[in-house]
Design a protein around this ligand. Structure first.
Ligand code: GLP
Length: 249
């Protein structure tokens, strides 16, 4: 794991955008793994700016999103389909046929998971995956569990996740209780991973991810076994990391 500690959310987003822009420049037909939540919004803004100012080209880029709520139509403003189009895809020149997001309206979630995994494989696997992290150290919607779920699957969201995500809804009751998410194996198969976190409310999760024991009770901890992970955090999110871990940063 490489650890980059930045002074601000802005700096975190710039550092992540450099990695993504470099990837796209060097491999214009890269397969990118995308995440939702407020954390990667700064990264998406920077990439849009690089696209607009110096023409970073997404025309051959393929993207796979990590997850989607079950039961929300793509047109629903709370859906991750809507979020990704509004905040990123509609503002770059990615082709719509190259955008993949799990179908939260699928009748059969087992079949949808199988279909999604096959699509990722058919496109050659993910080159670069961005991840946020939940306060309970979830990645995608892989919640703390007694085992790691390997592939794309249906998840019952934890109460903590429902509470945390309620800020995007008018009422907590509106937060879907289920989601479909890529599994841990899907994420671990990505050639490179960038994990982003900012704010004090992520400090405990980052501590578990970076230097806790590897356990499905803290899903992000599995990233310690990945060969190419860059963790980019601000000082608040790094606050609980031992000094020895922070020292080289
Ligand atoms: C959701 C998403 C995760 C994301 C997490 C953190 O649960 N499924 O992919 O990392 O939220 O969100 P935020 O970045 O808003 O803190």
């Amino acid at each position: 794991m490489r650890l980059i500690i930045t002074n601000s959310y802005e700096e975190m987003s710039v550092a992540a955008a450099k990695i993504f822009a470099g990837q796209i420049y060097l491999k214009p037909d890269s397969v990118l793994g995308m995440a939702t939540g407020s954390t990667p919004l700064g990264l998406y803004k920077k990439l849009i700016a690089v696209h607009e100012t110096i023409g970073l080209d997404f025309s051959e880029i393929i993207s796979f999103n990590l997850d989607e709520y079950i039961g929300l139509e793509p047109e629903n403003p709370q859906s991750y389909h809507y979020f990704m189009h509004k905040n990123f895809f509609d503002r770059i020149n990615i082709k719509s046929e190259n955008v993949y997001i799990p179908d939260g309206m699928a009748a059969d979630m087992v079949a949808e998971g199988t279909r999604y995994d096959a699509l990722i494989e058919s496109r050659g696997g993910i080159d670069l995956q961005v991840l946020g992290i939940g306060q309970n150290a979830h990645i995608g919607f892989n919640e703390p569990d007694i085992k790691f779920e390997a592939t794309t699957h249906r998840v019952r969201l934890d109460e903590e996740t429902i509470q945390a995500n309620a800020r995007f809804f008018t009422d907590e009751q509106e937060v879907p209780r289920y989601a479909i998410s890529m599994g841990i194996k899907n994420i671990m198969l990505a050639k490179k991973v960038v994990l982003l976190a900012n704010g004090k409310n992520k400090a405990e999760a980052i501590c578990k991810a970076v230097c806790g024991g590897v356990s499905p009770a803290a899903p992000a901890s599995i990233l310690q076994l990945h060969r190419d992970v860059t963790v980019i955090v601000d000082h608040d999110a790094a606050a609980l990391l031992p000094q020895a871990v922070k020292a080289p940063c």
